[in-house]
Design a protein around this ligand. Structure first.
Ligand SMILES: *[C@@H]1O[C@H](CO)[C@@H](O)[C@H](O)[C@H]1NC(C)=O
Length: 293
């Protein structure tokens, strides 16, 4: 395994080998899951729903911000990942979490430095286990959806059950941007103006991406998973949404990887910048004017 030396602490080493993205074997069942989910998301009280979800999770978070951590892939908020898992430690973790009201754990990815070295990121997302995992002969199949971002605070440790845990600090872009507005309002305004430029590009991107779909309906499903694009006065959220769109998991192969950069960016302006460049490059790649690879 490529990075064994670096990740002896984290069960991610095992997981990278055993958790693979799967294609839906029963599309009908999957679309039912997706449509019931999209009803929730598309409801007029969507915002209230998300807010109450967040509040509930905050209450839990206040009591204990220790999260089991899994190193698999950088995900962005709203992204959906379908995986099958056969690793015994990971399966035990899922079993343990499923008894809770909001079964979730922390998901982290790795990034390649310019030197070529692979490093663990301390910035990740909380993922919720959506619906009931399907039991397979040699494992389970489950659907995860990323919710809040977090950053690992301090050291990670090994839980007695065999997985890795760490204390995390959850990050809320509304709070982050409110702070930025106080310290550097001009920069935040610049982020918002970049965020405004994203919307027409999203329309262009979707049109081009429909022609490069790996499977029919892929883009429609992606849009259902992600919900509506956030407003341009929420530049960070809009940037994360765009990243989630152009960097789905598994990859569509039409854009450079911007998920780790978005997760580790410190300001709304950096995030908007990354999303803007990412989607512009992807459009130029797809329309043939400037190939990325
Ligand atoms: C491709 O997209 C870029 C960026 O939007 C645009 O400037 C260019 O004219 C487009 N080229 C073609 C061939 O459509």
């Amino acid at each position: 395994m490529m990075v064994a030396g670096h990740c002896s602490l984290l069960i991610g080493c095992l997981l990278m080998a055993s958790a693979v993205a799967f294609a839906p074997s029963n599309p009908r069942r999957l679309s039912q899951t997706v449509s019931s989910q999209s009803q929730l998301r598309a409801a007029p009280d969507d915002v209230d729903f998300m807010a109450s979800l967040r509040t509930r999770m905050d209450e839990v978070g206040d009591r204990d911000t220790k999260l089991p951590l899994v190193v698999l892939d950088s995900m962005l908020p709203r992204q959906v990942l379908k995986i099958s898992v056969s690793n015994p430690v990971f399966m035990e973790l899922i079993r343990t979490r499923l008894v809770e009201e909001n079964p979730c754990f922390g998901m982290l990815g790795m990034a390649r430095l310019q030197t070529g070295e692979q490093v663990h990121l301390r910035s990740g997302v909380e993922v919720q286990i959506v619906g009931k995992p399907k039991v397979l002969d040699d494992g389970i199949k489950l659907q995860l959806q990323a919710t809040r971002r977090f950053r690992i605070d301090g050291d990670v440790e090994n839980a007695k059950e065999g997985w890795t845990e760490g204390r995390v600090r959850f990050l809320d872009s509304v709070e982050e941007e409110a702070k930025e507005e106080e310290t550097d309002g001009i920069m935040l305004a610049r982020a918002m103006s970049k965020a405004r430029k994203l919307e027409p590009l999203v329309d262009q991107w979707i049109e081009l991406a429909r022609e490069s779909e790996r499977q029919p309906g892929q883009i429609d499903q992606l849009l259902l998973d992600l919900g509506d694009i956030p407003d341009d006065d929420e530049p960070s959220e809009r940037a994360f949404w765009v990243g989630a769109l152009i960097n789905p998991i598994p990859a569509m192969g039409v854009a450079l990887e911007i998920r780790p950069a978005l997760l580790t960016a410190q300001t709304a302006d950096q995030r908007a910048d990354i999303a803007l460049r990412g989607i512009q490059n992807s459009i130029q790649h797809m329309n043939g004017s400037k190939k990325l690879f």
